[in-house]
Design a protein around this ligand. Structure first.
Ligand SMILES: Cc1cc2nc3c(=O)[nH]c(=O)nc-3n(C[C@H](O)[C@H](O)[C@H](O)COP(=O)(O)OP(=O)(O)OC[C@H]3O[C@@H](n4cnc5c(N)ncnc54)[C@H](O)[C@@H]3O)c2cc1C
Length: 408
């Protein structure tokens, strides 16, 4: 009989794990809470060679639809003067551009939308997953790929909560064709940086969500400290006064909150970047750190953001999820017939990677956190906001980071 896996969460992490295990001959079912296709999720992502290699191993080639090469990195001051420039040349992609081929490749009858996982039961070498509709699924291995607010993690480690970093990321994806031709020309093919005190904004082109050749979107991410929990609470409260916890659905962000952001853009950012913000429909996500103490407990394991959430400055969340899935697969192959041994290897290797990744991302975001929490007494090194440093280290290639050069 084929070994069986149940994957909770059908986003990128779940799809990497599902596809790789399926190829290994496992019977895999993916359960996703959202009722229909996730491809509408709009976000640009930085890629790494290692991510492209995992995709290539699945037969998904790098083509125009998947990646766009971005040229130099340029940091502008509020007057629009160049304060620093570095050669770059990385491949940028989009969330939907990676999701689509992974989803299309996985057997559709084994991908279950609208299934909200509630809890699991371990019975010897079998795990039973229970869903909110009363249904159950049995497996030899349950993989929690259910993201930042993982329900699988919460059951494994009660009391472990994502830790708010003191700032948010305002994000937007702007269809290049909606921009004035002159603005489009000035934006060019550059990875732009703006560094107002205690803040960071980056903007770069990514392949468009619709996958049309040569069609691009501009991805904008602006990290801003939110001074005090009350201010975050206010931002997460909709026009009817309903509070949405630490994340409010994008359409419910109050217009005056967005107006204030656009006003600040005009005051703090170079005109070129401010114009891009002006043309966007931004939404925000609070930034969190998550570190799971273990990645596997008996026959349940965690992967991707369910396992570790590193602040996005490392630009590595999707690559980390892909490498987690690859490591799980390799561990299962190396320890053929010994799932406990495989999970022990997976826990050792990916636990170390995850902890180092979170630590690096914290270091890169410390100067923004310091602005939100000055009372914590930050060192000069932690508050280092020099463009020379940040433009070299933010979303650097995995191969250029010695502390993350670990076995998979
Ligand atoms: C501002 C920002 C910028 C980023 N930039 C980059 C970047 O440039 N490069 C990069 O690689 N990464 C980036 N990331 C990180 C990246 O988006 C994540 O690391 C990645 O999406 C994690 O994938 P995942 O599959 O582990 O989790 P998720 O994408 O969060 O997926 C979890 C899935 O589980 C489902 N789910 C949750 N609970 C349940 C349940 N109970 N039952 C069933 N299903 C459930 C959810 O609906 C969801 O589909 C960024 C993140 C942020 C916030």
């Amino acid at each position: 009989m084929k070994p069986r896996a149940v994957v909770i969460g059908g986003s990128l992490g779940g799809l990497f794990a599902g596809n790789l295990l399926h190829d290994l001959g496992w019977e895999v079912d993916i359960y996703e809470r959202v009722p229909d296709d996730l491809a509408a999720r709009g976000a640009g992502i930085g890629t790494h060679q290692e991510l492209l290699s995992v995709l290539a191993g699945l037969g998904i080639a790098l083509e125009e639809r998947l990646g766009a090469e971005v040229g130099d990195r340029v940091c502008l001051d509020p007057q629009g003067n160049t304060v620093h420039r570095v050669p770059w040349g990385h491949i940028m992609s989009g969330w939907a551009n990676v999701y689509r081929p992974l989803k299309d490749r996985f057997p559709s009858q084994r991908y279950h939308f609208g299934k909200s996982f509630e809890e699991f039961d371990q019975r010897g070498s079998e795990v039973v997953a229970r869903f909110s509709d009363g249904s159950q699924a049995r497996a030899d291995l349950l993989i929690g790929a259910d993201g930042l607010r993982s329900v699988v993690r919460a059951q494994l480690f009660s009391g472990l909560e994502p830790e708010y970093a003191g700032y948010v990321a305002w994000r937007a994806l702007v269809d290049e064709h909606t921009l004035a031709p002159e603005l489009r020309r000035r934006l060019g093919n550059i990875y732009w940086f703006g560094l107002p005190p205690g803040e960071m904004i980056v903007a770069y082109p990514v392949p468009a969500r619709d996958g049309a050749p040569g069609h691009r979107d501009w991805n904008v991410v602006w990290y801003r400290p939110i001074l005090g929990e009350e201010a975050l609470r206010d931002m997460c409260t909709d026009a009817r006064g309903h509070h949405h916890g630490p994340s409010i659905p994008p359409p419910l962000v109050r217009p005056e909150v967005i107006d204030a952001l656009k006003r600040d853009a005009r005051a703090l950012l170079a005109p070129l970047i401010a114009e891009l913000v002006e043309c966007s429909q931004p939404f925000f996500q609070a930034i969190f750190d998550v570190e799971s103490p273990r990645l596997a407990v008996e026959r349940v394991c965690l992967l991707g953001d369910a396992a570790f959430v590193a602040r996005p400055h490392v630009g590595m969340g999707v690559t980390k999820a892909a490498l987690d899935a690859l490591c799980l697969n390799r561990s299962i192959q190396i320890h053929s017939g010994d799932l406990d041994g495989a999970l022990a290897r997976y826990n050792r290797l990916r636990g170390e990677f995850g902890r180092r990744c979170v630590a690096r991302a914290r270091r890169l975001g410390a100067y923004i956190e310091a602005r939100a929490r000055p009372e914590r007494g930050w060192s000069a090194e932690q508050r280092d906001q020099r463009p020379e440093r940040l433009m070299r280290e933010v979303a650097a290639s995995l191969s250029e980071i010695p502390e993350l050069a670990l076995e998979i």
